[in-house]
Design a protein around this ligand. Structure first.
Ligand code: FDA
Length: 313
Protein backbone atom coordinates (compact mmCIF):
# COMPACT_ATOMS: atom_id res chain seq x y z
CA UNK A 1 0.00 0.00 0.00
CA UNK A 2 2.96 2.34 0.60
CA UNK A 3 3.73 1.99 -3.09
CA UNK A 4 0.22 3.11 -4.08
CA UNK A 5 0.36 6.09 -1.69
CA UNK A 6 3.72 7.27 -3.00
CA UNK A 7 2.53 6.94 -6.59
CA UNK A 8 -0.47 9.14 -5.73
CA UNK A 9 1.72 11.73 -4.03
CA UNK A 10 4.32 11.91 -6.78
CA UNK A 11 1.65 11.95 -9.47
CA UNK A 12 0.11 15.01 -7.77
CA UNK A 13 3.52 16.65 -7.43
CA UNK A 14 4.34 15.91 -11.08
CA UNK A 15 1.51 18.28 -12.04
CA UNK A 16 2.89 21.20 -10.02
CA UNK A 17 4.20 23.92 -12.33
CA UNK A 18 6.16 25.48 -9.45
CA UNK A 19 7.95 22.29 -8.59
CA UNK A 20 8.64 21.68 -12.25
CA UNK A 21 10.28 25.13 -12.53
CA UNK A 22 12.37 24.48 -9.43
CA UNK A 23 13.42 21.00 -10.55
CA UNK A 24 14.20 22.22 -14.07
CA UNK A 25 16.50 24.84 -12.61
CA UNK A 26 18.56 22.42 -10.53
CA UNK A 27 17.93 18.97 -11.98
CA UNK A 28 20.20 18.99 -15.01
CA UNK A 29 22.29 22.12 -14.47
CA UNK A 30 25.67 20.44 -14.03
CA UNK A 31 27.13 17.05 -14.93
CA UNK A 32 26.45 15.92 -11.32
CA UNK A 33 22.89 17.24 -11.06
CA UNK A 34 20.36 14.87 -9.51
CA UNK A 35 18.12 14.22 -12.52
CA UNK A 36 21.09 12.97 -14.54
CA UNK A 37 20.92 9.73 -12.65
CA UNK A 38 17.78 8.82 -14.65
CA UNK A 39 17.91 11.16 -17.66
CA UNK A 40 20.68 10.94 -20.26
CA UNK A 41 20.64 14.69 -20.91
CA UNK A 42 18.50 17.43 -22.36
CA UNK A 43 20.08 17.30 -25.82
CA UNK A 44 20.35 14.72 -28.55
CA UNK A 45 24.14 14.97 -28.43
CA UNK A 46 24.21 14.06 -24.75
CA UNK A 47 21.90 11.10 -25.38
CA UNK A 48 24.14 9.80 -28.16
CA UNK A 49 27.20 9.95 -25.87
CA UNK A 50 25.36 7.96 -23.18
CA UNK A 51 24.04 5.48 -25.76
CA UNK A 52 27.54 4.89 -27.14
CA UNK A 53 28.92 4.26 -23.66
CA UNK A 54 26.18 1.76 -22.81
CA UNK A 55 26.58 0.00 -26.14
CA UNK A 56 30.35 -0.29 -25.62
CA UNK A 57 29.51 -2.18 -22.38
CA UNK A 58 27.55 -4.79 -24.30
CA UNK A 59 24.11 -3.36 -23.47
CA UNK A 60 21.27 -2.91 -25.96
CA UNK A 61 19.38 0.39 -26.11
CA UNK A 62 16.09 2.05 -26.74
CA UNK A 63 16.04 5.84 -26.94
CA UNK A 64 13.10 7.88 -25.71
CA UNK A 65 12.75 11.54 -26.60
CA UNK A 66 10.81 12.62 -23.52
CA UNK A 67 7.41 14.21 -23.88
CA UNK A 68 3.77 13.41 -23.21
CA UNK A 69 0.30 14.92 -23.04
CA UNK A 70 0.86 17.53 -25.75
CA UNK A 71 -2.02 19.95 -26.09
CA UNK A 72 -1.81 21.11 -29.72
CA UNK A 73 -1.20 19.76 -33.19
CA UNK A 74 1.85 22.03 -33.47
CA UNK A 75 3.43 20.46 -30.41
CA UNK A 76 2.70 16.98 -31.77
CA UNK A 77 4.30 17.92 -35.10
CA UNK A 78 7.35 19.26 -33.27
CA UNK A 79 7.69 16.00 -31.32
CA UNK A 80 7.36 13.98 -34.53
CA UNK A 81 10.07 16.07 -36.20
CA UNK A 82 12.27 15.58 -33.16
CA UNK A 83 11.93 11.82 -33.59
CA UNK A 84 12.86 12.07 -37.28
CA UNK A 85 15.94 14.12 -36.37
CA UNK A 86 16.78 11.59 -33.68
CA UNK A 87 16.57 8.76 -36.23
CA UNK A 88 19.00 10.55 -38.55
CA UNK A 89 21.37 11.09 -35.64
CA UNK A 90 21.14 7.42 -34.60
CA UNK A 91 21.95 6.28 -38.13
CA UNK A 92 24.86 8.75 -38.36
CA UNK A 93 26.20 7.68 -34.95
CA UNK A 94 25.92 3.99 -35.80
CA UNK A 95 24.07 3.16 -32.59
CA UNK A 96 21.22 0.72 -32.21
CA UNK A 97 18.04 1.61 -34.08
CA UNK A 98 15.41 1.24 -31.42
CA UNK A 99 12.96 3.91 -30.20
CA UNK A 100 10.33 4.21 -27.48
CA UNK A 101 7.59 6.83 -27.66
CA UNK A 102 4.25 7.81 -26.21
CA UNK A 103 1.12 8.37 -28.26
CA UNK A 104 0.05 11.42 -26.24
CA UNK A 105 3.36 12.94 -27.32
CA UNK A 106 2.28 12.53 -30.95
CA UNK A 107 -1.10 14.17 -30.33
CA UNK A 108 -3.41 11.37 -29.20
CA UNK A 109 -5.34 13.68 -26.87
CA UNK A 110 -5.72 16.35 -29.54
CA UNK A 111 -6.72 14.30 -32.56
CA UNK A 112 -6.36 10.56 -32.96
CA UNK A 113 -6.01 10.63 -36.77
CA UNK A 114 -3.17 13.16 -36.53
CA UNK A 115 -1.48 10.96 -33.96
CA UNK A 116 -1.69 7.92 -36.26
CA UNK A 117 -0.34 9.99 -39.17
CA UNK A 118 2.54 11.19 -37.01
CA UNK A 119 3.34 7.65 -35.98
CA UNK A 120 3.34 6.56 -39.63
CA UNK A 121 5.74 9.39 -40.44
CA UNK A 122 8.12 7.76 -37.97
CA UNK A 123 7.40 4.14 -38.89
CA UNK A 124 7.86 4.56 -42.66
CA UNK A 125 11.48 5.72 -42.64
CA UNK A 126 11.94 3.50 -39.60
CA UNK A 127 10.92 0.45 -41.62
CA UNK A 128 13.29 1.42 -44.41
CA UNK A 129 16.21 2.00 -42.04
CA UNK A 130 15.66 -0.96 -39.74
CA UNK A 131 14.25 0.77 -36.67
CA UNK A 132 12.07 -0.94 -34.10
CA UNK A 133 9.52 1.38 -32.46
CA UNK A 134 7.98 0.54 -29.10
CA UNK A 135 4.78 2.32 -28.12
CA UNK A 136 4.99 2.97 -24.37
CA UNK A 137 1.82 2.43 -22.35
CA UNK A 138 0.37 5.38 -20.47
CA UNK A 139 -2.29 5.38 -17.75
CA UNK A 140 -5.46 3.32 -18.07
CA UNK A 141 -7.69 5.90 -19.84
CA UNK A 142 -5.29 5.38 -22.79
CA UNK A 143 -4.95 1.59 -22.74
CA UNK A 144 -7.70 0.73 -25.22
CA UNK A 145 -6.96 3.54 -27.66
CA UNK A 146 -3.23 2.76 -27.58
CA UNK A 147 -3.89 -0.89 -28.41
CA UNK A 148 -6.40 0.15 -31.10
CA UNK A 149 -3.81 2.39 -32.76
CA UNK A 150 -1.27 -0.41 -32.54
CA UNK A 151 -3.67 -2.92 -34.13
CA UNK A 152 -4.63 -0.49 -36.90
CA UNK A 153 -1.00 -0.17 -37.89
CA UNK A 154 -0.34 -3.87 -37.44
CA UNK A 155 -3.27 -4.69 -39.76
CA UNK A 156 -1.78 -2.25 -42.27
CA UNK A 157 1.31 -4.42 -42.33
CA UNK A 158 3.73 -2.57 -40.05
CA UNK A 159 5.91 -5.07 -38.24
CA UNK A 160 8.57 -2.77 -36.83
CA UNK A 161 6.35 -1.91 -33.84
CA UNK A 162 5.66 -3.32 -30.42
CA UNK A 163 3.46 -2.53 -27.42
CA UNK A 164 3.72 -2.44 -23.65
CA UNK A 165 1.33 -4.23 -21.29
CA UNK A 166 1.09 -3.50 -17.57
CA UNK A 167 0.75 -6.44 -15.19
CA UNK A 168 -1.11 -4.26 -12.67
CA UNK A 169 -4.18 -3.96 -14.92
CA UNK A 170 -6.93 -6.58 -14.63
CA UNK A 171 -7.45 -6.48 -18.39
CA UNK A 172 -3.85 -7.37 -19.27
CA UNK A 173 -4.50 -11.11 -19.22
CA UNK A 174 -6.84 -10.74 -22.20
CA UNK A 175 -4.56 -8.18 -23.87
CA UNK A 176 -1.63 -10.58 -23.63
CA UNK A 177 -3.79 -13.25 -25.24
CA UNK A 178 -4.74 -10.89 -28.09
CA UNK A 179 -1.15 -9.77 -28.69
CA UNK A 180 -0.04 -13.40 -28.76
CA UNK A 181 -2.71 -14.14 -31.39
CA UNK A 182 -1.27 -11.34 -33.51
CA UNK A 183 2.26 -12.59 -32.77
CA UNK A 184 3.14 -9.08 -31.66
CA UNK A 185 6.12 -8.18 -29.54
CA UNK A 186 5.15 -7.20 -25.99
CA UNK A 187 7.17 -5.41 -23.32
CA UNK A 188 5.79 -6.53 -19.96
CA UNK A 189 6.02 -3.99 -17.10
CA UNK A 190 4.43 -3.79 -13.67
CA UNK A 191 2.87 -0.36 -14.37
CA UNK A 192 4.12 3.08 -13.38
CA UNK A 193 0.84 4.93 -12.86
CA UNK A 194 -1.55 5.28 -9.96
CA UNK A 195 -4.62 3.38 -11.11
CA UNK A 196 -8.10 2.99 -9.58
CA UNK A 197 -9.18 -0.24 -7.92
CA UNK A 198 -11.64 -0.91 -10.73
CA UNK A 199 -8.81 -1.09 -13.26
CA UNK A 200 -5.84 -2.42 -11.36
CA UNK A 201 -4.51 -4.55 -8.53
CA UNK A 202 -3.65 -2.37 -5.56
CA UNK A 203 -1.35 -4.72 -3.66
CA UNK A 204 2.24 -5.16 -4.77
CA UNK A 205 1.97 -8.90 -4.10
CA UNK A 206 -0.97 -9.12 -6.53
CA UNK A 207 0.88 -7.15 -9.20
CA UNK A 208 3.94 -9.37 -8.79
CA UNK A 209 1.81 -12.51 -9.06
CA UNK A 210 0.15 -11.19 -12.23
CA UNK A 211 3.57 -10.29 -13.63
CA UNK A 212 4.86 -13.83 -13.03
CA UNK A 213 1.79 -15.32 -14.69
CA UNK A 214 1.87 -13.07 -17.77
CA UNK A 215 5.63 -13.44 -18.13
CA UNK A 216 5.26 -17.21 -18.41
CA UNK A 217 2.49 -16.89 -21.01
CA UNK A 218 4.61 -14.48 -23.08
CA UNK A 219 7.72 -16.66 -22.85
CA UNK A 220 5.71 -19.71 -23.93
CA UNK A 221 4.20 -17.86 -26.91
CA UNK A 222 7.69 -17.11 -28.22
CA UNK A 223 7.18 -13.72 -29.87
CA UNK A 224 10.38 -12.27 -28.40
CA UNK A 225 8.89 -10.67 -25.28
CA UNK A 226 10.72 -8.00 -23.31
CA UNK A 227 10.74 -8.71 -19.58
CA UNK A 228 11.08 -5.15 -18.28
CA UNK A 229 11.70 -4.99 -14.55
CA UNK A 230 14.43 -4.32 -11.98
CA UNK A 231 13.01 -6.97 -9.68
CA UNK A 232 15.89 -9.40 -9.28
CA UNK A 233 13.76 -12.26 -7.97
CA UNK A 234 11.42 -11.88 -10.95
CA UNK A 235 14.34 -11.84 -13.37
CA UNK A 236 15.82 -14.97 -11.80
CA UNK A 237 12.39 -16.63 -12.04
CA UNK A 238 12.31 -15.76 -15.76
CA UNK A 239 15.80 -17.23 -16.29
CA UNK A 240 14.83 -20.43 -14.46
CA UNK A 241 11.54 -20.76 -16.35
CA UNK A 242 13.25 -20.24 -19.71
CA UNK A 243 15.94 -22.78 -18.88
CA UNK A 244 13.41 -25.39 -17.67
CA UNK A 245 11.30 -24.99 -20.82
CA UNK A 246 14.17 -24.94 -23.30
CA UNK A 247 13.57 -21.29 -24.25
CA UNK A 248 16.93 -20.01 -25.50
CA UNK A 249 18.18 -16.57 -24.30
CA UNK A 250 17.91 -15.24 -27.89
CA UNK A 251 14.12 -15.66 -27.76
CA UNK A 252 13.47 -12.91 -25.20
CA UNK A 253 15.20 -9.91 -23.70
CA UNK A 254 15.40 -8.12 -20.39
CA UNK A 255 14.91 -4.38 -20.17
CA UNK A 256 15.73 -1.84 -17.47
CA UNK A 257 15.60 1.91 -17.12
CA UNK A 258 18.72 4.03 -17.43
CA UNK A 259 20.18 4.63 -13.97
CA UNK A 260 18.21 1.92 -12.14
CA UNK A 261 20.00 -1.20 -10.81
CA UNK A 262 23.09 -0.58 -12.93
CA UNK A 263 24.81 -3.42 -11.05
CA UNK A 264 22.17 -5.92 -12.11
CA UNK A 265 22.17 -4.62 -15.70
CA UNK A 266 25.88 -5.41 -15.98
CA UNK A 267 25.63 -8.75 -14.18
CA UNK A 268 22.85 -10.09 -16.39
CA UNK A 269 24.56 -8.90 -19.58
CA UNK A 270 27.80 -10.55 -18.45
CA UNK A 271 25.88 -13.80 -17.89
CA UNK A 272 24.91 -13.72 -21.58
CA UNK A 273 21.40 -12.28 -21.34
CA UNK A 274 20.14 -9.66 -23.73
CA UNK A 275 19.77 -6.52 -21.63
CA UNK A 276 18.22 -3.43 -23.18
CA UNK A 277 18.47 -0.07 -21.44
CA UNK A 278 15.69 2.47 -21.84
CA UNK A 279 17.50 5.78 -22.32
CA UNK A 280 15.31 8.89 -21.93
CA UNK A 281 16.49 12.36 -22.86
CA UNK A 282 15.06 15.81 -23.61
CA UNK A 283 13.92 18.91 -21.82
CA UNK A 284 10.51 17.48 -20.81
CA UNK A 285 11.98 15.13 -18.21
CA UNK A 286 9.98 16.20 -15.15
CA UNK A 287 6.94 13.80 -15.27
CA UNK A 288 9.18 10.83 -16.15
CA UNK A 289 11.51 11.75 -13.32
CA UNK A 290 8.65 12.04 -10.83
CA UNK A 291 7.42 8.56 -11.75
CA UNK A 292 10.88 7.23 -10.89
CA UNK A 293 10.66 8.92 -7.47
CA UNK A 294 7.16 7.55 -6.94
CA UNK A 295 8.41 4.00 -7.54
CA UNK A 296 11.05 4.35 -4.88
CA UNK A 297 10.58 7.19 -2.39
CA UNK A 298 14.14 6.54 -1.07
CA UNK A 299 15.26 8.30 -4.26
CA UNK A 300 14.03 11.58 -2.77
CA UNK A 301 17.03 11.55 -0.43
CA UNK A 302 19.53 11.86 -3.24
CA UNK A 303 17.45 14.62 -4.87
CA UNK A 304 17.46 16.66 -1.66
CA UNK A 305 21.18 16.10 -1.20
CA UNK A 306 21.68 17.17 -4.84
CA UNK A 307 19.67 20.38 -4.42
CA UNK A 308 21.37 21.30 -1.14
CA UNK A 309 24.76 20.55 -2.63
CA UNK A 310 24.17 22.72 -5.67
CA UNK A 311 22.73 25.58 -3.66
CA UNK A 312 25.69 25.61 -1.30
CA UNK A 313 28.22 25.92 -4.15
P1 FDA B 1 9.55 -3.05 -8.33
O1 FDA B 1 8.86 -1.76 -8.22
O2 FDA B 1 9.05 -4.21 -7.55
O3 FDA B 1 11.08 -2.80 -8.00
C1 FDA B 1 12.02 -3.86 -7.88
C2 FDA B 1 13.37 -3.26 -7.42
O4 FDA B 1 13.89 -2.44 -8.46
C3 FDA B 1 13.25 -2.32 -6.24
O5 FDA B 1 13.31 -3.02 -5.03
C4 FDA B 1 14.45 -1.42 -6.44
O6 FDA B 1 15.64 -2.06 -6.04
C5 FDA B 1 14.51 -1.28 -7.93
N1 FDA B 1 13.80 -0.10 -8.43
C6 FDA B 1 12.58 -0.07 -9.04
N2 FDA B 1 12.27 1.20 -9.42
C7 FDA B 1 13.29 1.97 -9.02
C8 FDA B 1 13.57 3.36 -9.13
N3 FDA B 1 12.72 4.20 -9.71
N4 FDA B 1 14.73 3.83 -8.62
C9 FDA B 1 15.62 2.99 -8.03
N5 FDA B 1 15.42 1.66 -7.91
C10 FDA B 1 14.27 1.16 -8.39
N6 FDA B 1 5.60 1.60 -17.06
C11 FDA B 1 4.48 1.93 -17.71
O7 FDA B 1 3.44 2.11 -17.08
N7 FDA B 1 4.49 2.10 -19.08
C12 FDA B 1 5.62 1.89 -19.81
O8 FDA B 1 5.59 2.01 -21.03
C13 FDA B 1 6.81 1.52 -19.12
N8 FDA B 1 7.97 1.30 -19.80
C14 FDA B 1 9.05 0.79 -19.11
C15 FDA B 1 10.19 0.41 -19.82
C16 FDA B 1 11.24 -0.24 -19.16
C17 FDA B 1 12.43 -0.67 -19.94
C18 FDA B 1 11.14 -0.47 -17.74
C19 FDA B 1 12.23 -1.19 -17.03
C20 FDA B 1 10.04 -0.04 -17.05
C21 FDA B 1 9.00 0.60 -17.71
N9 FDA B 1 7.88 1.04 -17.01
C22 FDA B 1 6.76 1.40 -17.72
C23 FDA B 1 7.93 1.19 -15.54
C24 FDA B 1 7.36 0.00 -14.79
O9 FDA B 1 5.98 -0.07 -14.96
C25 FDA B 1 7.67 0.09 -13.28
O10 FDA B 1 7.04 1.22 -12.75
C26 FDA B 1 9.15 0.14 -12.94
O11 FDA B 1 9.89 -0.71 -13.75
C27 FDA B 1 9.38 -0.26 -11.46
O12 FDA B 1 8.94 -1.54 -11.24
P2 FDA B 1 9.86 -2.85 -11.20
O13 FDA B 1 9.37 -3.80 -12.22
O14 FDA B 1 11.29 -2.49 -11.37
O15 FDA B 1 9.57 -3.55 -9.84
Amino acid sequence: MIGAASKTLFYALSRSARLKRLASRYGMATPDSFARRFIAGETLEEAVVVARTLQSRGLLLTLDYLGESVRSIDEATTATRAYLTLMDAIVAAGIERNLSLKLTQLGLEVDRATCVDNLRRILDPGQRDGFFVRIDMENSPFTQVTLDVFETLWQQGYRNIGVVLQACLHRSEQDVRRMNELQARVRLVKGAYKEPQTAAYQLKSEVDEAYRRLMRVLLDAGNYPAIATHDETMLRTACAYAAEHGIAPERYEFQMLYGVRRDLQTTLAAEGHRMRIYVPFGREWFPYFMRRLGERPANVGFVIRGILGERSE
